[in-house]
Design a protein around this ligand. Structure first.
Ligand code: ANZ
Ligand code: ZN
Length: 817
């Protein structure tokens, strides 16, 4: 007997699907579905994390192929970015060399891994043919007022010599190199994502139930919409300072004010006596990240500015402080402090010996005594005209009062900030703008796109020097102004790589189009993405930015939808010994070595079988060897059927018990796959393999047509996770390749019925129809079946059913007139 060898099976099918174009969409009128995996960054070879993510995306793509959809499942490379540049500096090379060599390596590994992608649509964000359109999109956003420059303090990594977004600062250090981050003022490019704050929040309704709830929560939180009020406080002998508060109801409980110590306002307000203290405090503050500043357990520090402000409702004089717990760029950068009802204010009041006055009676202990601020519902006290109101009513009333006095107004504030997109680095998309002394910012004319990166810079020339390395490429930088012809300079910054990845899924619709960013018809046909797959590390920024681009493009009439990804799957991580794999722990598992030892199919099957797709897989707890044994067992079913000779008769003639298992498996698998329970599908497939083996060994043998039917179902189900073994089985079973589009097996509903009984329908006392129903059928269901019976309807004709007497599960008597 032939035996299963994953090496032989892999060798037989290597390269087959690509040559046959198996995964190229047919565009033949079938309903379309699009599955996109977050595209990889080409650093080194594929690792276990890729293996997991792409195995999951493949289950979806392959399931939809089997269901007869025309599936677009593309792949590309997020191929700009710092690692390539750093490698190039180290090796005295051009970043392209390192990048494209890695892509070759990864591509070969992906092909070996057998993922069901259409390689004809492969794209690279670092190709001029791609980034030309990134530049074009930047220009469209610019024309819409969505791209602009401003001076701003930015997070600066002194080692990488580059600006970092807030989220790239982890515990005050650079996410990449761990160096302590400082602040700098630079003129930077921004995308005005804040214009879409409401749309980004409100459109999440479309995603509820299709995106993981925690991702939606993270997005919501990041956007951070707060309803509240702006209230103006007059500083004695000084300006009026506006605060943002979500609790205007607590105005009578304000006992001091705090401004962000690093805001210009603090310098403006400070008295001469306090100036030196404030400046020293500001100096220390440069080293602290915003995230640390907001940590609730951080000891409260600050400087009294030597000034007082007047509470507009009470006329009370409030001392004005500066502290780091108030952020400069949230709200107005200034707050009224209500220590009784805000814990941070209470901690500050206790540290500085400031008064605490409760104005909402929540029934809890006085915060001045307990040290615990009371934030819940309650009744207003000590609050003049607000006394006796509950919190919600008091908020509304307080807003009315300050509005009437002209000293405040209701408002909405967002945590979301505009997207800082310029980077002083080389290996990214050049910003397609020319700066002219006379004309200002001029867009590079469209027919001169792409603005390509100079090819003659390499090694040390790319090293960060505080300005973009592009600034040193003088031939490249110095140009004529497109508008006036005078001497001008190119913008030397490049774009954050998140810009590249904010629209790549649109480019997949027509990646070869050299005349437009995307073919609008192809975009209508294929997008939005039906299933997006990727890691939860992208739960905030990448998804938010892609959503922003989609909304901006929708606003310009370029795409017909407002959300890019209908459904999102966050696959879990691959751990080893309960911990993420890392060099420092020395617990890394090499994917290539696993594939050599166990085979592609066994590794993929292990990934999918280990747990639901969104859960982590601990590689120390799984058994790819056992997966291999199961695949051998499955494969032998096909071998035995083949050896038993050609099919003899229809499956209906075979083992009824096995047929029931087969059809139930198919039926359940569809439900499980729709629900994303991929691991359970594999468990069911294993049961089916065992049931089939039993019939071969103890029943009519492999010639039983029910065995052939079962083996075919096994091959189809395995085609979702174990492409090589499945293809081999399919051919052993006497079919032409490929199993991939062989069609989802049809389910014979009658085989799903657990304990069937025969029900009869009588009309005018005579039996007019009878059929099989489940023994536990309800009266309603049985009546409905009777009323819709074709035989009954034909008999009744135009007459009306006036009454149905139901004796479930066996009898329905219809009275007609
Ligand atoms: C008075 C007050 C009383 C407040 C009370 C809260 C509770 P969210 O919900 O996150 O928007 N705040 C305003 N601007 C701030 C800043 N730049 N840095 C730090 N804190 C700031 O929070 C809004 C509340 O956070 C505001 O409402 C303000 O404190 C504070 F019982 O005003 B509240
Ligand atoms: Zn000019």
């Amino acid at each position: 007997d032939a035996e299963y060898s994953f090496r032989e099976v892999e060798a037989r099918w290597a390269g087959y699907w690509e040559q046959a174009g198996t995964f190229t969409p047919r565009e033949d009128g079938a309903e379309r579905r699009t599955v996109v995996d977050m595209f990889p960054y080409p650093s080194g070879d594929l690792h276990m994390g890729h293996a997991e993510a792409f195995a999951m995306g493949d289950v979806v793509a392959r399931y939809w192929l089997q269901r007869g959809y025309d599936v677009l499942h593309p792949i590309g490379w997020d191929s700009f970015g710092l690692p390539a540049e750093n490698a190039a500096i180290k090796r005295d090379a051009h970043p392209a060399a390192w990048t494209y060599a890695n892509i070759e390596t990864q591509k070969r590994s992906f092909q070996r891994y057998g993922i069901a992608v259409d390689w004809t649509r492969e794209l690279h964000t670092s190709d001029p043919q791609y980034y030309r359109w990134t530049q074009w999109l930047f220009q469209q956003l610019h024309k819409e007022g969505l791209a602009y420059r401003k001076d701003s303090p930015v997070n600066w990594c002194p080692k990488d010599q580059t600006v970092l977004a807030n989220e790239q600062v982890v515990d005050g250090t650079c996410e990449r190199c761990g160096t302590e981050v400082t602040k700098r003022t630079l003129n930077q490019w921004y995308f005005r994502i804040t214009r879409f704050a409401d749309a980004l929040l409100d459109d999440m309704d479309q995603l509820t139930g299709h995106w993981p709830e925690r991702v939606l929560a993270m997005q919501r939180n990041w956007i951070g919409r707060s309803e509240g009020a702006h209230v103006d406080f007059q500083v004695e002998d000084g300006p009026s300072v506006t605060v943002f508060t979500t609790r205007p109801d607590t105005l009578f409980g304000a006992t001091f004010m705090v401004v962000a110590a690093d805001a210009p306002l603090a310098l403006e307000l400070v008295s001469d006596d306090a100036r030196a203290d404030l400046e020293a405090y500001r100096e220390d503050l440069k080293k602290v990240s915003d995230i640390d500043r907001q940590a609730t357990d951080r000891p409260k520090t600050g400087v009294f500015l030597g000034r007082h402000a007047v509470n507009p409702l009470t006329g009370e004089r409030l001392p004005v402080w500066a502290s780091d717990y108030v952020l400069a760029d949230y709200g107005t950068g200034a707050i009224m402090a209500v220590p009784a009802h805000d814990q941070r204010d209470l901690d500050f009041a206790r540290a500085m010996g400031l008064p605490v006055r409760a104005v909402v009676d929540t029934g809890e202990e006085d915060p001045a005594v307990s040290g615990v601020a009371t934030t819940g519902e309650g009744v207003l006290v000590n609050s003049g005209e607000l006394d006796g109101l509950d919190k919600t009513a008091a908020i509304a009333r307080a807003i009315e009062v300050v509005e009437a006095k002209g000293t405040g107004r209701g408002t909405t504030t967002y945590r979301l900030r505009d997207w800082l997109l310029s980077r002083q680095r080389f290996w990214g998309t050049p910003i397609p703008v020319i700066h002219c002394a006379d004309c200002g910012e001029v867009l590079v004319p469209e027919d001169q796109l792409p603005v390509t990166l100079p090819t003659d810079l390499k090694g040390e020339q790319l090293a960060p020097k505080g300005q973009s390395p592009l600034a040193s490429a003088e031939d490249w930088v110095n140009v004529h102004c497109p508008r006036c012809g005078g001497p001008a300079k190119r913008d030397t910054d490049t774009m954050d790589t998140f810009v590249d990845s904010s629209w790549y899924f649109l480019r997949y619709a027509s990646p070869w189009d050299e005349t437009q960013v995307f073919d609008p018809q192809a975009v209508r046909d294929w997008l939005p993405v039906d299933q997006y797959v990727g890691g939860v590390e992208h739960a905030i920024l990448h998804l938010l930015y892609a959503r922003f681009f989609t909304k901006a493009l929708h606003g310009m009439g370029l795409v017909p939808f407002t959300e890019p990804f209908r459904a999102l799957l966050n696959q879990g991580q691959v751990l080893n010994g309960g911990k993420a794999m890392s060099k420092s722990l020395g617990n890394g598992v090499d994917l290539g070595q696993q594939l050599d030892e166990f085979g592609v199919d066994a590794v993929r099957l292990t990934m999918v079988f280990a747990s639901p797709p969104e859960d982590d897989v601990d590689w120390a707890d799984v058994a790819p060897g056992a997966a291999g044994k199961f695949l051998a067992r499955a494969w032998r079913l096909a071998r035995d059927v083949r050896e038993a000779g050609p099919a003899t008769g229809a499956a209906e003639g075979g083992s009824a018990a096995l047929r029931r298992v087969t059809h139930r498996t198919v039926h359940e698998a569809a439900q499980l796959l729709d629900d994303g329970k991929f691991n359970v599908v594999i468990a069911r497939t294993m049961e089916l393999v065992n049931a089939t083996r039993k019939v071969i060994d103890n029943g009519a043998g492999a010639a039983d047509p029910a065995v052939r039917e079962a083996a075919e179902v096994v091959a189809k189900l395995l085609s979702l996770v174990a492409p090589y073994a499945a293809e081999d089985m399919w051919v052993l079973l006497g079919h032409e390749p490929s199993v991939v589009r062989s069609g989802w097996p049809e389910v014979d509903e009658s085989l799903l019925v657990e304990d069937a009984v025969t029900a009869v329908v009588q009309v005018k006392g005579k039996v007019r129809d009878s059929f099989e129903v489940p023994a536990d059928i309800t009266a309603e269901e049985l009546e409905a079946r009777a009323r819709t019976s074709e035989k009954v309807m034909a008999f009744i004709g135009d007459a009306q059913i006036v009454k149905a007497i139901v004796r479930e599960p066996k009898l329905v008597n219809l009275v007609i007139r």
